[in-house]
Design a protein around this ligand. Structure first.
Ligand code: IPD
Ligand code: CA
Ligand code: CA
Length: 321
């Protein structure tokens, strides 16, 4: 590990490791873990809740005046008016965890005035610690991270996440899937978005895209990617992605090629009130309403070559359901 970590990053790392210990202990007897359903195919376990409590306790013990946005408790805990906001996913990849599929992580970001400053993603299976402080580079354990150097999408390994919740727009996703899978060297869907994004930072993947993600899935890894020299944005290539429920990331070359393909599928509302895809943006769901109340804007710097979303018509425009 690099010397002299920022004190806030140090606290986040301790909190992530403590949550990882809770998760690892529970994974020894995963059949005993109590599972509740938050919605169709959307689960929470006692382990998610216990890990979140451990993280929040550690953060608020060190910084009692800070705010908290955590997947299981929302904005319930911590200060409501702080410029500091911890964004927490205590167990990213719950479905994998429940099945004993060893791909899940703890994700903790600290935003100040809406911009992510500190980030940790901890994979307790591999004891892999991804972390970054703004302006100081990204690391995996002791190793400095750099995105891949691959130039062509045709040679690239791309990560994604499939839609799986009731109300998700499967048809729109299948069109993106069809386009991208035919233009890259391979597509992967392991099932923990925070790790997927860190794999872009590490150069394992050359790019990644997914819809339907929440800020706690992506906040920490977004800084890890940009500190590793990568880009992250919404499908039209703009930096406003944290609350947009669509994200694309990659090394700068592959990012540009993915944005070219994904721009027609954006649902980001433009200033003139139109969404890019035919039929407008899908109806907001409960999570959209919750996120709309949150106050954190973008976590990433403006990506280079930011692009405008395409307007409604045209043969490549997907239909929204
Ligand atoms: C999920 C994972 C998954 C992604 C989902 C997320 P959770 O997080 O990141 O890869 O496809 O959209 O909700 O619910 O396991 O914390
Ligand atoms: Ca998650
Ligand atoms: Ca989670």
């Amino acid at each position: 590990m690099s010397q002299s970590l920022h004190p806030m990053l140090n606290i986040a790392i301790k909190a992530a490791r403590a949550a990882g210990a809770v998760i690892n202990r529970a994974s020894l007897d995963v059949d005993k873990v109590q599972v509740e359903s938050k919605g169709v195919n959307d689960f929470v376990t006692e382990v998610d809740k216990h890990a979140e409590a451990v993280i929040v306790d550690a953060l608020l013990a060190a910084y009692p005046g800070h705010g908290i946005l955590a997947e299981e408790s929302g904005r319930e805990l911590g200060a409501k008016d702080s410029e500091f906001l911890w964004i927490i996913d205590p167990l990213d990849g719950t479905t994998n965890f429940i099945h004993g599929f060893p791909v899940y992580a703890v994700s903790i970001a600290l935003a100040w005035r809406g911009v992510v400053q500190q980030a940790v993603v901890y994979d307790p299976n591999r004891n892999d610690l991804f972390y970054a402080s703004r302006g100081r580079g990204a690391y995996l354990n002791d190793r400095r991270l750099r995105v891949s150097k691959r130039l062509r999408l045709a040679d690239s390994l791309i990560g994604t996440g499939f839609p799986f919740r009731k109300g998700d727009n499967f048809k729109r996703y299948m069109k993106m899937f069809e386009e991208i899978s035919q233009q890259c060297a391979g597509l992967r869907r392991p099932g923990a978005a925070s790790l997927d994004l860190c794999y872009v930072a590490a150069g394992y993947y050359d790019g990644f895209f997914e819809t339907g993600l929440s800020p706690w899935d992506i906040a920490a890894a977004s800084l890890i990617i940009t500190e590793a020299g990568g880009l992250i944005g919404n499908f039209s290539g703009e930096a406003d992605f944290l609350y947009q429920r669509e994200v694309v990331a990659g090394n700068p070359k592959v990012y540009g090629q993915l944005v070219n393909i994904l721009t027609p599928y954006t649902r980001v509302i433009k200033d003139d009130g139109t969404a890019a895809a035919e039929g407008g943006a899908p109806a907001p769901d409960a999570t959209d309403a919750f996120l709309a109340e949150a106050t954190l804007p973008s976590a990433a710097p403006e990506p280079v070559k930011a692009r405008k979303a395409l307007k409604v018509s045209g043969p490549r425009t997907p239909k929204q359901r």
